[in-house]
Design a protein around this ligand. Structure first.
Ligand code: AHM
Ligand code: MG
Length: 332
């Protein structure tokens, strides 16, 4: 519960996480530690993204790594940073990453948590200095701690998440997360190297006037999708599409809006990944009073079947998502 807690805007992330420990009276503090590990990796990735444009002239700035190797791509670097933070921290037993073909079983005898992560999402924006993001989901493993990881530990529906969040590397860097007690946002203060609580208890507007969809795919859409987008135009909504899911989602969460990556003829399941893209944002959306569906089913109820499975995604202000579903369900 948010009420009566001794924190205010200006609280650091560390202090906030500590103050929230009482949300989990019987917990050992491992989830809190895991969130701090993720925040630390986020700071490192933030540093790397900030100097990304210097990569080519990196040598001159001493940016080639100690082995003298060439600069790696930012998404690979981000994956390495998060993998390292998650595996060294000790709380995690297995990781699913967009950058890894299979599950990473850390063979950690004490880790309780499974993490699904997209270390750096928005690949088309990485090289051109446009906002990108990290998305993460945290689950408690189902089988006993210390035993080998099983499918049921990994293939959990989104409603089983114990925490989820994203980092937005934008005009400023933010970390937004939930542990199922509302959503809180933190802004990174570069010179102090700290995240500060800047957006406490985020509530998404119930309705909005922004729609975010890649209209380049219009010819591939089902009639319902086209009809809904036409409705958005008749209603004189604003089209806003960055092409970075975190950034598009974050804007709509704060301002009111809908993001859609629908099924198309070519890709009946759309493009986005259930385990490390849709689920985390769906959890955050619901915690902020917004909504997320694949067009027929609540995202958080979907039982995953494969690691990298895709799902259509309609996410954002409740009224807008409901309206969109109205159009999708009509035959023509
Ligand atoms: P990625 O994982 O390769 O970065 O792809 C995911 C991204 C999302 O951030 C974004 O919403 C979407 O792909 C944009 O796709 P498109 O360019 O097809 O509109
Ligand atoms: Mg991605």
């Amino acid at each position: 519960d948010q009420s009566g807690m001794a924190y205010s805007v200006g609280t650091t992330l560390d202090r906030f996480i500590k103050s929230k420990q009482s949300d989990f009276p019987f917990a050992s503090g491992e989830l809190s530690q895991l969130l701090r590990d993720i925040a630390l990796a986020a700071k490192i990735v933030n540093r790397e993204t900030n100097r990304a444009g210097l990569a080519n002239i990196g040598g001159a700035f001493g940016q080639t790594n100690v082995q003298g190797e060439e600069q790696q791509k930012l998404d690979v670097i981000a994956n390495i940073r998060f993998m390292r933070a998650l595996s060294k921290g000790g709380e995690v037993c297995a990781i699913v990453s967009e950058e890894e073909d299979s599950v990473i079983d850390l063979q950690n005898g004490s880790g309780k948590y499974v993490v699904a992560i997209d270390p750096l999402d928005g690949s088309s924006n990485i090289d051109v200095n446009i906002s990108i993001g990290t998305i993460f989901s945290i689950y408690r493993r189902k089988t006993p701690v210390g035993s080998p990881i099983q499918e049921e530990d990994i293939m959990q529906p989104g409603k089983e998440q114990v925490a989820a969040g994203y980092v937005l590397y934008g005009s400023s860097t933010m970390l937004v997360y939930t542990t199922g007690f509302g959503v809180n946002g933190f802004t990174y203060e570069n010179s102090l190297g700290e995240f500060f609580l800047s957006h406490p208890a985020i509530q998404a507007p119930k309705d909005g006037k922004i729609y975010s969809i890649n209209e380049g795919s219009e010819l591939e859409w089902a009639p319902g999708v086209k009809n809904y987008v036409d409705y958005c135009k008749r209603s004189q909504y604003s089209a806003r599409y960055i092409g970075s899911l975190v950034a598009d989602f974050h804007r709509n969460l704060l301002k009111g809006g809908i993001y859609a990556y629908p099924s198309t003829q070519k890709n009946p399941n759309g493009k986005l990944r259930l385990l490390y893209e849709a689920n985390a944002l769906a959890f955050i959306a619901e915690q902020a009073g917004a909504k997320a569906t694949n067009g027929t089913q609540r995202i958080l109820d979907i039982q995953p079947e494969t690691l990298h499975q895709r799902t259509p995604l309609w996410i954002g202000s409740e009224k807008m998502v409901n309206e969109a579903m109205g159009f999708l369900s009509k035959k023509r």
